[in-house]
Design a protein around this ligand. Structure first.
Ligand code: ZN
Length: 48
C-alpha cells in the first residue's frame, strides 16, 4: 500500500487547485488559500 494519497479538494477552502508542496514530502499546497497540508492514513475499518 502506498503512502501517497491524492486529495481532490482543499479541506479548508474546497478549491481544486492543489499541487505537491516542494518543501515537505507528502504535503500538498493549495494555490487558492496558500495552506499546506498533508493526508495521513490512519487505518482500516473492521466491520463485524
Ligand atoms: Zn485551500
Amino acid at each position: 500500500m502506498t503512502e501517497r494519497a491524492t486529495p481532490f479538494y482543499c479541506p479548508y477552502c474546497g478549491d481544486e487547485d492543489l499541487r505537491p508542496a516542494e518543501d515537505t514530502h507528502g504535503a500538498w499546497e493549495c494555490r487558492a488559500c496558500t495552506r499546506v497540508f498533508s493526508l495521513k492514513f490512519v487505518g482500516l475499518v473492521v466491520r463485524s
